[in-house]
Design a protein around this ligand. Structure first.
Ligand SMILES: [Zn+2]
Ligand SMILES: [Zn+2]
Length: 375
């Protein structure tokens, strides 16, 4: 039996599908038949060739993708439950971490598995056994010790697909920032991550959620996800105007938490100036190397500012993400976060579409393209 893996041939260009033998899971491992994969902002960075420092000047045998879900195809010996202790059987729908905290180092032992310096990552060279190491393929081989969780019945595959990246990342970042009841939270950027952040901040008890974006369609969607104030860059073209608007909305105090989901360094000084004294700035959006910003360190001291960076997350965040989806799926328009679903055979088109969408080339249905491996 073989399965397909999508391999990128040229940055900004096409993939080809290669067939590899489907492995039997070793003890402790799980073979997942993927049903969906998402095209995330970081995947677009890789595809466009903006991560050449990491993946090389030419994409030799490069395969990637990290947002996904599927059904258990084969359980390795000894695997009887998921990471939350629920019984696990072949055919169960599952979401899982795409990175591998060691669980034994000093950082992991301090309950910071998301920051594990020894965490394992996916092998991105196509043809490396066990072959199915990334999201753009028919299968995923979850290595022994990988964290996985059953997807609640109420949550569709489309809604569950970004849970292991965007949603878990947001929950982890906002939790580390200490968002609590009564807070005012500013969300910079209403893309996939930012929209999730609006909903999660609300769910965590934020009294007021303010979102900033350049696209009217995204602002409208941010309101649908629970934003109280959606500020457009067309109305507030300068950073000074946007800072003043946040100050106005917070009675001159500033926000308790400001979080960047834009990924351009210019927004960081602007966001820092929107904070109240003692507030927390959360940096999640910057993922391509070289996002340098400049800011007066004395202002950080005088402002008693806390800074939180968040890359990857501790496994509990994915468990919480799936529970969050179960309790909000009927009330929030998650279906509008996935704009187009392509079969795996059309993965190149999916990337072109996602690239166009990210540049703002869509009407009301914004955001992400996804791949289907089952129809
Ligand atoms: Zn992602
Ligand atoms: Zn560790």
């Amino acid at each position: 039996m073989t399965g397909r893996v999508a391999v990128l041939k040229a940055y900004g260009g096409d993939f080809e599908l290669r067939e590899y033998p489907v492995p039997d899971p070793e003890p402790g491992a799980v073979l997942v038949r993927l049903s969906r994969a998402g095209v995330c902002g970081s995947d677009l960075h890789i595809w466009r060739g903006e991560m050449k420092e990491v993946y090389g000047a030419l994409p030799r045998d490069l395969t990637f993708g990290h947002e996904m879900c599927g059904r258990v195809a084969r359980l390795g010996a000894g695997v009887t439950v998921d990471s939350a202790g629920q019984p696990l059987q072949e055919g169960d729908r599952v979401a899982f971490l795409y990175f591998f905290p060691c669980g034994r180092c000093r950082v992991c032992l301090r309950d910071e598995m998301g920051s594990c310096p020894r965490k394992g990552r996916a092998n991105r060279v196509a043809g490396t056994p066990p072959y199915f190491n990334n999201a753009y393929g028919d299968y995923y081989y979850l290595r022994p010790g990988g964290f996985l969780f059953r997807i609640p019945d109420e949550v569709s595959d489309d809604v569950a697909t970004p849970a292991n990246c965007a949603l878990a990342q947001v929950i982890y970042g906002l939790t580390r920032a200490g968002v609590r009841q009564g807070d005012t939270v500013v969300v910079q950027g209403a893309g996939g991550l930012g929209l999730n952040a609006v909903a999660v901040a609300r769910d965590m008890g934020a009294d007021r959620v303010i979102v900033l974006d350049r696209l009217a369609a995204r602002l409208e969607l941010a309101r649908a996800f629970g934003a109280d104030h959606a500020l457009g860059l067309a109305d507030l073209p300068t950073p000074e105007q946007r800072i003043a608007a946040v100050m106005d909305l917070t009675g001159g105090f500033g926000a308790d938490v400001v979080a960047d989901f834009v990924g351009y360094p210019e927004v960081v000084p602007e966001g820092l100036k929107m904070l109240r004294s003692g507030g927390c700035y959360v940096e999640i959006g910057s993922i391509a190397p070289g996002n340098v910003f400049s800011y007066d360190a004395t202002a950080l001291v005088r402002g008693n500012t806390r800074l939180v960076g968040a890359s990857n997350y501790s496994p509990w965040a994915l468990d919480e993400a799936l529970k969050f989806l179960r309790r909000t799926v009927g009330t929030l328009p998650f279906d509008r976060l996935v704009s187009h679903v392509f079969p795996l055979a059309h993965v190149s088109q999916a990337f072109q579409q996602a690239d166009w969408l990210q540049r703002g080339g869509a009407g009301l249905r914004i955001s992400r393209a996804a791949l289907s491996m089952v129809d």
